[in-house]
Ligand binder design. Structure first.
Ligand code: FAD
Length: 544
């Protein structure tokens, strides 16, 4: 089947939905989302969204905290406009029905502002510890009121459709996106979605790693699709490992929010001794990369499986009220956070790199935009400041909308005939074990060789592995009928390779990228992004 729409939005997290709600005033919007409409990283966000809402806070303070955290790689003009536009966009979320927790005593702010690692002030708006769920609820409600929006659940994007695959470009340069091939996973049918503008809002890449806080959808599909289409991809080596994921054999990737440390939680070894003082003056409230690396070092030293996060010194009622979800969830595993320290380990959490975009979310491919975690905007640099990502998503969704609304009336319907998806004689696979095995192997070696602490040897070993597995997957992909598992496997293999390539390129340690062979940061050579593209020879793969 072929569908025609003005806007094809791939992903229904905060980035996709907030763009769609605005774009629906211009034209028709098809949102495709690969599982249920709320399966997203957004839905799991606990801590909240950072912005200047306190009388004593200043834009300059938030800007400075973000720049310090990004270790020289943030684009300052991007940091400035994201932070200064933040309060306006958050007020818009409130108008759309998002309810943030109010302060009990509204001295300096109407809202109860949380404090998180790396922030010099309290500035994190939250809905108790279920901020993401509250945002998704309100955005879905708002979107459901727009007649121009149609949501296709259980539809997974396979590949972008490029004009160049149908006609040779006049000047031989540049390309245009005219839609995407999408698999309906319930009916097992591949549809053509033809669109004037395509917005990638597919979220992060956590599932490339064995231990992650991310849900199953986070397989980096948007980055892999964009790369295959010829988009520039940047800074993939900067993976943020969240320091505190609950350690329990039955808990699947459950995050203990940074806000627990923000409210006074102290990291301790199993024997009860504190250790963060050795690593940073802010101790347990140090930025995430420093905390994650410190825990990794301590675990390797002691041989323990986990460290402890202790907030038992706080009042019981405060804890139950401030962290109702964490309290309930931990209790299910026999941990009462008001009495017991919480066992935690670091886990892959956030992808700072992604599809390279300009100040308006536009990629180097005409009519292809990217916003949210899938994109690399220049806000985070070498490390993301906590709670800046929901903020980035709404600001860039808005800016993409502003840019597109200026050119929308000039954009013609695409006259080309797009061929239906060609399965090229593919047959049903009788060896699903190949998918399962490769999936597991990639995630395991990414964790072991391309994790918090890297070395040249480990990265080279990982590169050799991914090169081999990638070829095997490509062959499998060509011969067998496409399923969701196969699409995702192909994408995590592509994303893993991009992460390894960027990590090999950066011959220094900075922010989230730590290589024991180059333990220092090198501003002379490396004050620049790592940029990869399908069309660039390796020697040209870095740029400022
Ligand atoms: C546990 C956890 C807690 C967090 N807490 C915070 C926090 O407190 N504050 C903060 O700022 N950030 C937080 N983050 C990060 C933040 O939640 C994400 O960066 C942000 O929500 C990303 O939004 P998004 O719209 O870009 O992507 P997502 O919300 O992940 O949405 C991606 C969407 O794309 C869809 N999709 C993916 N691939 C395809 C495909 N091939 N075809 C169709 N659909 C596809 C998915 O199904 C999903 O609907 C947290 C993340 C996690 C995992």
């Amino acid at each position: 089947m072929e569908y025609t729409t003005d806007f094809l939005v791939i992903g229904s997290g905060i980035a996709g939905l907030s763009f769609a709600i605005k774009a629906a005033d211009l034209g028709s919007v098809a949102i495709v989302t690969k599982k249920e409409k709320s399966d997203s990283n957004t839905n799991l966000a606990q801590g909240g969204i950072a912005a200047v809402f306190d009388k004593n806070d200043r834009f300059e303070f938030h800007i400075n905290d973000t720049l310090v955290c990004g270790v020289g790689l943030c684009k300052e003009e991007v940091v400035r406009f994201v932070i200064m536009d933040g309060p306006e966009r958050i007020k818009e979320l409130m108008q759309w029905g998002v309810e943030f927790t109010k302060a009990k005593n509204a001295n300096t702010s109407t809202y109860d502002l949380g404090r998180e690692g790396g922030h010099s002030m309290r500035r994190v708006l939250h809905s108790r510890d279920l901020t993401g769920q509250e945002i998704e609820r309100a955005l879905h409600e708002k979107a459901s009121l727009k007649r121009n929006i149609k949501i296709y659940e259980n539809h997974i994007g396979i590949d972008l459709i490029m004009e160049s695959t149908m006609i040779r470009r006049k000047n031989g340069f540049g390309d245009k996106c005219i839609g995407a091939y999408i698999l309906d996973t319930e009916r097992n049918e591949i549809h053509t979605f033809r669109s004037k503008f395509t917005i990638l809002a597919t979220g992060g890449t956590g599932k490339v790693y064995l231990i992650t806080t991310n849900p199953d959808i986070a397989t980096g599909d948007g980055i892999a699709m964009a790369y295959r289409a010829g988009a520039l991809i940047a800074n993939m080596e900067f993976i943020q490992f969240h320091p505190t994921c609950l350690y329990h054999p039955e808990a699947k990737s459950y995050l203990i929010s940074e806000a627990v440390r923000g409210e006074g939680g102290i990291l301790k070894l199993k024997n009860g001794s504190t250790f963060m003082g050795k690593y940073h003056p802010m101790k347990s409230l140090a930025p995430r990369d420093i905390v994650a690396k410190a825990i990794d070092t301590e675990l390797k030293k002691s041989g323990d499986e986990y460290v402890l996060l202790d907030i038992t010194h706080k009042d019981r009622d405060f804890l139950v009220n401030r962290f109702p979800n964490i309290y309930r969830r931990c209790l299910e595993f026999g941990i009462d956070i008001t009495k017991d320290a919480i066992p935690v380990v670091p886990a892959a959490h956030y992808q700072c790199g992604g599809v390279s975009v300009d100040h308006f979310g536009e990629t180097n491919i005409e009519n292809l935009y990217a916003c949210g975690e899938v994109s690399c905007t220049g806000l985070h640099g070498a490390n993301r400041l906590a709670s800046n990502s929901l903020l980035e998503a709404i600001v860039f969704a808005h800016r993409s909308f502003v840019k597109i609304s200026e050119i929308f009336h000039l954009t013609q319907d695409e006259p080309l005939t797009i061929p239906a998806w060609d399965p090229r004689g593919a047959t049903e696979s009788d060896e699903s074990i190949v998918v399962a095995h490769n999936w597991d192997e990639i995630r395991r070696f990414m964790w072991n060789y391309v994790g918090i602490v890297r070395s040249n040897k480990r990265l080279e070993r990982a590169y050799r592995r991914i090169d081999l597995i990638g070829r095997e997957i490509d062959e499998y992909y060509r011969n067998f009928i496409i399923t969701r598992d196969l699409i995702e496997l192909r994408n995590i293999a592509t994303v893993a390779k991009l992460i390894i390539q960027c990590a090999l390129m950066r011959k220094e340690s900075r922010g989230l990228h730590y290589n024991i062979d180059y333990p220092e940061k090198d501003d002379r050579i490396w004050l620049k992004d790592t940029v990869i593209s399908r069309d660039l020879p390796l020697s040209m793969e870095t740029s400022c």
